[in-house]
Design a protein around this ligand. Structure first.
Ligand code: ZN
Length: 324
């Protein structure tokens, strides 16, 4: 019997961490959306900017069983790129950084004016060469929609994200404002721009737990991120287990991701908030009561491994960051 060659198998997908590319199965228990560093004019006095505090939060996450964190802090919001490899090495937690751009309100106008006309080129450079002069490469593209719609800034950033995806294979993670406008995002990214739905993560869906909307979002084939116990959403938080169960029952369990989304210093566990460990210390167990432990484990391991793995361009495939 002639064995057929498997050309696909020779092209290995990898998760691009701040210390280099790793096999997807090496990612481990993953907080699929969180922040170690974040700065926004919308959150004055709550900046995540202290490396020692980030290290303490990572250590607490590690102690709760965490192995990987994806930081969805995009360009120009104080990502702490230079700090991330050392934090990853010292904590033993894989960290994935982001390129991309948030809503315009999260930037000073002069910063946006300074990113240049070719936004896709900036995103690609941060994914393949490094962020600034750090040599630390991003492993995903983060962009943002608006409340039940997309303004010109969102369309500009998403069009650039699609172009950067086509050049690199990187997944596009989308902040949905209040969990809304998922269909507008899919129509733009996948309909107009041709990005495969499985290369899009719709974030913050926990904030809009309309069963019909969630089902329609799932039927597109995109990944669905339920990320945000770090801030109280009293009207929606308690609906999360049933919303996830309905999606799993409809056959969408492989598309579900979980994250903490710690966006303020006060929300950190080391300051008495839920922070990054809450996802594993409490929420994992609560969700397991409704969903069963096996599905929850898949949502924390194999699902993020598939979501963030990409077949990166060959010119950078052999490169390894030193983590210095
Ligand atoms: Zn976030």
């Amino acid at each position: 019997m002639v064995r057929r060659p498997a050309p696909e198998a020779a092209v290995r997908a990898a998760v691009r961490t701040v210390r280099g590319d790793i096999a997807p199965e090496a990612l481990g228990v993953c907080d699929a959306h969180d922040h170690l560093f974040l700065r926004s004019p919308r959150l004055p006095g709550q900046e995540l900017s202290d490396p020692a505090a980030a290290a303490a939060e990572l250590a607490a996450f590690r102690a709760a069983g965490g192995a990987a964190v994806v930081q969805w802090t995009p360009h120009g919001m104080g990502r702490g790129a230079a700090e991330l490899p050392g934090l990853a090495r010292e904590s033993g937690v894989h960290i994935v950084a982001a390129t991309g751009l948030h809503q315009a309100v999260h930037y000073a106008p002069e910063l946006l004016a300074g990113v240049g006309a070719d936004l896709a080129e900036l995103f690609v450079a941060e994914l393949t060469e490094g962020i600034g002069d750090t040599g630390v490469r991003a492993g995903m593209i983060k962009v943002a929609g608006g409340f039940h719609g997309l303004d010109a800034h969102a369309r500009w950033t998403m069009t650039a994200a699609a172009e950067a995806h086509r050049a690199t294979g990187a997944v596009i993670g989308v902040h949905l404002e209040g969990g809304t406008a998922a269909q507008d995002v899919i129509e733009l990214l996948c309909g107009e721009q041709g990005v495969p739905p499985r290369r899009v993560i719709l974030g913050h869906l926990n904030r809009f737990p309309d069963p019909g909307m969630l089902r329609r979002a799932a039927e597109t084939g995109a990944f669905l991120a339920f990320d945000g116990p770090s801030r109280a959403h009293h009207a929606t938080d308690w609906r999360l287990p049933e919303a996830l169960r309905a999606l799993a029952d409809a056959g969408h369990g492989a598309q579900l991701l979980l994250g903490g989304d710690t966006t303020t210093a006060a929300a950190r566990s080391v300051n008495g908030g839920p922070g990054m460990p809450h996802l594993l210390r409490r929420q994992r167990l609560w969700l397991a009561e409704t969903l069963g432990p096996e599905l929850v484990t898949r949502m924390l391991t194999v699902n993020p491994a598939r979501a963030f793995a990409a077949v990166w361009p060959p010119e950078s495939a052999g490169r390894r960051a030193t983590g210095a």
